[in-house]
Design a protein around this ligand. Structure first.
Ligand SMILES: Cc1cc2nc3c(=O)[nH]c(=O)nc-3n(C[C@H](O)[C@H](O)[C@H](O)COP(=O)(O)OP(=O)(O)OC[C@H]3O[C@@H](n4cnc5c(N)ncnc54)[C@H](O)[C@@H]3O)c2cc1C
Ligand SMILES: *[C@@H]1O[C@H](CO)[C@@H](O)[C@H](O)[C@H]1NC(C)=O
Ligand SMILES: *[C@@H]1O[C@H](CO)[C@@H](O)[C@H](O)[C@H]1NC(C)=O
Ligand SMILES: *[C@@H]1O[C@H](CO)[C@@H](O)[C@H](O)[C@H]1NC(C)=O
Ligand SMILES: *[C@@H]1O[C@H](CO)[C@@H](O)[C@H](O)[C@H]1NC(C)=O
Ligand SMILES: *[C@@H]1O[C@H](CO)[C@@H](O)[C@H](O)[C@H]1NC(C)=O
Length: 593
């Protein structure tokens, strides 16, 4: 490292340490206040497990539209206003605010990561993963959601749910600060014939719409009154009376207790933790439960069908002048003040300014997403992002640190509809231990082909006049361990993506919604777990496939439908289409007695 890079590294490291210290401070203050002030009642009408994107939508609607009593039970702590600055998101990875999950060693992916394990951050804080995310709001293709419900709802009904979320729960805004890269990419997209995306979903590009209020991160949980939430309470399992869920067993400050629910338990613990809680409770694959001597309540494919939006391409784009955000911009005191006073400037950056939807097969429906980041892995000189993705030191030294003299940018190509499937399973009955997480990234050859074609599209972008004009070029260093392949050939790219495999943190599918007789179904189209009463799932785990786009909005939309279908069914009759007569008869759904 040159002295200047070394100074930068030290400076960024100071920032990382300050933020770590601050997180400790917030964490232990919340723990103390929980110990002294938090009161837990014996019984409620509804219990919601997890205060993330989905749990908070349901809680908000319960609080504002019904007189039911309920409690949201959260394992993490309450957030703090100073932690809501968008720029701080990456600092939470691997901290006390993250479940710190890692995959098992991967067979086809993550070769550039330590032990071939990719990290998969998931929020452990009031607000869940939406307190770590990039705040990007995308509706996706409504037809896909209609298919999840097998035609139970009309498109207008789903659209109404999005409108409700967008107008009543989130605060949607344009990105408050952007680098030169944003407009450059949009010009390049135009040059290649892509249109501007509007609200309707099609192929094309646009600047992001983000969930921020006055430049500050805004999550679905930010509407909740604190009396409805208890924090630092780990839900260990669901308690049953025969086949009916009666409540939950929790651990708080070292003490076990039980909380009862008169009407139902809703699991919204996310795509990794919801299947874990279910398996610990005796709902899951029979073989697994028996091998751990857990009494079987119901044999269901819980934990199967795990999918994620996988990509690659960090630091694939180099510039000979700064068009992106430099890490130094971030720590400039003027910019810090700008954020706190005006809610603008680099501190509001969501980390991704532009998104695009493309087809690698020249079709009208996208199979690839671009996320354009004004930074790369090497931007912080190795003080933070390198650990967030679990990168091996030797890869850092041989590849990423070689870009210190250029300015890096990133176009991440992501597979929208991967065919690889993995699983989440517990391997112990101890609720404090993490489950085994095997997403089997890139195990399906079609996924690798899509991603390789995605990289070729990135190269096409770099060759546009717009990007050439600002001195853009492709990173021509050979990726370590791929030196035997001729650079930028298919076999080189195949090696590259198997090494530099990146998640966009969108795990879904582990408690899939579907028809009762299909092989992955865990919940019916009313969010009820098959074969048990009073137990529902509403979070990323019920999504049976991945949407075309970032998933937070789709999860919020699903949670809103869940509320209407199980809690407020009587006052809010779903918008049914004509297939519903048959449907109603078969699955007793859409009843309005
Ligand atoms: C780094 C990152 C960036 C992302 N960027 C974007 C983006 O820009 N746009 C987008 O649309 N999506 C994005 N996502 C995805 C999106 O934020 C998540 O998919 C979404 O928040 C998941 O919502 P959820 O309700 O399923 O679960 P979560 O929001 O993860 O909530 C689950 C909650 O349950 C709690 N919990 C879990 N287990 C227990 C237990 N045993 N007891 C008590 N509580 C428990 C957790 O602590 C957590 O608060 C991103 C995600 C990450 C991690
Ligand atoms: C809630 O209770 C209040 C007062 O008893 C009543 O006026 C209101 O109609 C109730 N709301 C619902 C949705 O039941
Ligand atoms: C939305 O999805 C449906 C079903 O896959 C597809 O037919 C349609 O073309 C998609 N629309 C767009 C705009 O991609
Ligand atoms: C893509 O499809 C269009 C029309 O369907 C055709 O005109 C064009 O040549 C195709 N392009 C490629 C690269 O195959
Ligand atoms: C569960 O898996 C973890 C991670 O692979 C391992 O360390 C642990 O020993 C396993 N526990 C059991 C009981 O098999
Ligand atoms: C950057 O690259 C462009 C295009 O390749 C070139 O015209 C320009 O002179 C370069 N600028 C510098 C400072 O090297």
């Amino acid at each position: 490292m040159l002295p200047v890079h070394c100074c930068q590294f030290l400076l960024f490291n100071v920032c990382v340490n300050i933020s770590t210290l601050f997180i400790y401070f917030v964490y232990y203050s919340d723990l103390l206040s929980t110990a002294y002030y938090q009161e837990i009642k014996h019984e409620y009408d509804f219990i919601i497990v997890g205060s993330g994107t989905a749990g908070s939508v349901i809680a908000h609607r319960l609080a504002t539209e019904t007189n039911y009593t309920f409690i949201v039970v959260e394992a993490g702590i309450r957030s703090h206003a100073l932690l809501e600055a968008p720029v701080l998101g990456p600092f939470f990875h691997g901290s006390l605010l993250d479940w710190q999950y890692q995959t098992v060693p991967q067979e086809h992916a993550c070769f550039a990561m330590k032990d071939r394990r990719c990290k998969l951050a998931q929020g452990k804080i009031l607000g869940g993963s939406s307190k770590l995310n990039n705040m990007i709001h995308v509706r996706g293709n409504l037809t896909h959601y209609q298919n999840w419900f097998h035609g139970k709802y009309a498109k207008e009904y789903i659209q109404k749910q999005f409108e409700y979320i967008e107008n009543n729960i989130l605060h949607l805004n344009e990105v408050q600060y952007e680098s030169e890269l944003a407009n450059t990419i949009l010009t390049a997209a135009k040059e290649l014939g892509y249109s501007n995306l509007d609200k309707d979903f099609k192929l094309g590009f646009r600047k992001n719409i983000v969930s921020q209020k006055y430049g500050k991160r805004w999550s679905t949980s930010d509407n909740l009154e604190s009396k409805h939430v208890i924090t630092n309470v780990l839900v260990e399992k669901v308690i049953f009376n025969d086949n009916t869920a009666r409540g939950i067993q929790v651990l708080s400050l070292g003490k076990h207790s039980t909380i009862y629910a008169r009407k139902g338990v809703l699991l919204s613990a996310g795509a990794i933790n919801t299947p874990k809680i279910l398996q610990l409770s005796g709902i899951g694959p029979e073989n697994l439960l028996k091998s751990l001597s857990i009494p079987v309540i119901k044999n269901l494919p819980v934990g199967r069908n795990l999918q994620d939006h996988i990509g690659t391409g960090l630091d694939f784009l180099l510039f000979n002048k700064s068009v992106s955000i430099s890490a130094l911009d971030m720590i400039n005191p003027f910019h810090v003040l700008e954020y706190f006073i005006k809610g603008k400037g680099p501190w509001t950056t969501p980390g991704c300014e532009v998104i695009g939807f493309l087809s690698t097969k020249n079709q009208s429906e996208p199979d690839l997403q671009f996320m354009v980041l004004p930074v790369g892995l090497s931007s912080d000189r190795g003080s933070l992002l390198k650990n967030n993705v679990n990168l091996k030191d030797e890869i850092w030294d041989k590849y990423f640190s070689k870009s210190f003299d250029s300015y890096v940018g990133t176009i991440l190509p992501l597979i929208l509809h991967p065919k690889s499937r993995g699983y989440v399973i517990i391997n112990s009955t101890d609720p404090s231990l993490p489950p085994l997480l095997d997403p089997r990234y890139l195990s399906h050859k079609d996924d690798r082909d899509t991603l390789i074609n995605g990289l070729k599209l990135v190269m096409k972008f770099v060759n546009t006049e717009a990007i050439q004009k600002v001195g853009g070029s492709i990173n021509e260093n050979h990726f370590p361990s791929c030196e035997n392949f001729e650079i930028f050939t298919d076999s080189y790219f195949d090696c590259y993506i198997k090494h530099l495999t990146l998640t966009s943190y969108h795990p879904v599918g582990t408690c899939s919604m579907g028809l009762p007789d299909s092989k992955n179904t865990v919940v019916d189209t009313s969010f009820k777990i098959l074969g048990v009463e009073h137990l529902y799932v509403a979070d990323a785990s019920v999504l049976p496939t991945l949407p075309s786009g970032n998933i937070n909005a789709a999860i919020a939309m699903m949670a809103s439908i869940c509320f209407e279908s199980i809690i407020n069914a009587k006052t809010n009759i779903p918008f049914c289409n004509k297939n519903d007569r048959i449907y109603e008869y078969l699955f007793r759904i859409c009843f309005d007695s």
